[in-house]
Design a protein around this ligand. Structure first.
Ligand code: GLU
Length: 311
């Protein structure tokens, strides 16, 4: 006879897990909640209504996900294996395994400026790429999440003593990326900065090594990865000047898919799988695991912002 666990058993397993956690028995908690979540995944996969994106993907057996390829900790292509690795990649896996254990993910490199176009023209089904949720982007795509909240910060050469806050960027040569909120934010917060816009943050890091720019600005978590990879050449200022809630981008108007992803995010926040994914990726570059953020299930597209510069 095949053992068929039920949702009741899942609830029981969760309760046991929580009890074990309360008793300080961390090892048991991890095992219990992981097994329980695997079961929920199987239950969910069988329940998709025909015509939903989840049913279509389960039937096709593949999904395309846009991620970064040059951001240590989030999405980085391993030069030896060519596999892409990082927190965003793990989040993709955790979402997709709830559609079907056998669904294959085809990762597609997305730089900041092509994330909305890739979702609009169908190049990718999802974008999970350090992608800030904002009203300008919600005009053309939708977001599940957030699943993480970063802050914009500044990276300089380790021996630089002249830049200690965003104000100090005025009059300096600064690099950031086309189509990013980092570009919009630095233009607003340091209007006298001379901003070089490139395609990727790794190109900005090279521009600093070459002496073409004096600072790179974007999310602190992206910069933390570049600082670690620089082997003492760069440092992070740690003077954040914006909040960047990361969402999962999906085509506009697919509310069933958005609800499904939001449900799954809440499930992995609860089960500990989100924290495990964080520890094994961003934890390895020295970041402490935060509390997961609260999912925002917005029901209407907000009005478009009036500034023309916002990406
Ligand atoms: N989170 C910001 C954004 O979505 C900056 C990082 C990036 O460009 O990926 O624009």
């Amino acid at each position: 006879m095949t053992w068929k666990p039920t949702k009741k058993l899942f609830a029981l397993a969760m309760a046991v897990g929580l009890l074990a956690a309360a008793c300080g028995d961390d090892d048991d908690t991890t095992t219990d909640t992981t097994e329980a979540t695997e079961q929920t995944t199987e239950d969910t996969a069988a329940e998709f209504e025909a015509g939903t994106t989840m049913a279509d993907i389960a039937e096709a057996g593949t999904i395309t996900v846009g991620v970064k390829y040059d951001q240590p900790g989030f999405g980085l292509q391993n030069p030896t294996t060519s596999e892409v690795e990082g927190f965003d990649v793990e989040i993709a896996r955790l979402i997709v395994e709830a559609i079907g254990e056998d669904v294959e993910i085809e990762f597609v490199e997305s730089v900041s400026r092509n994330r909305e176009p890739f979702l609009q023209d169908g190049t990718v089904d999802l974008v999970i790429a350090t992608y800030t949720i904002n009203d300008a982007r919600k005009q053309v795509i939708d977001f599940a999440g957030p699943y993480f909240v970063a802050e914009q910060d500044i990276m300089v050469r380790a021996d630089d003593e002249t830049i200690e806050s965003v104000d100090d960027l005025n009059g300096k040569n600064v690099c950031t990326v086309t189509g990013s909120t980092s570009a919009t934010n630095v233009a607003a917060s340091a209007p006298q900065a001379s901003v070089t816009l490139l395609d990727t943050y790794s190109q900005c890091a090279e521009a600093m090594t070459d002496g073409r720019v004096e600072a790179v600005t974007t999310d602190n978590t992206i910069l933390a990865g570049l600082v670690q990879a620089s082997d003492g050449e760069y440092k992070l200022i740690e003077a954040p000047f914006s909040e960047e809630p990361y969402g999962i981008g999906l085509p506009k108007g697919d509310d069933d898919f958005r609800n499904f992803i939001n449900d799954r995010l809440e499930e992995i926040f609860e089960s500990g799988e989100w924290a495990e994914a964080f520890e094994s990726t961003l934890g390895a570059i020295g970041l402490d695991t935060p509390e997961p953020p609260e999912v925002d299930r917005y029901t209407e597209t907000p009005p478009a912002p009036t500034t023309t510069a916002a990406p």
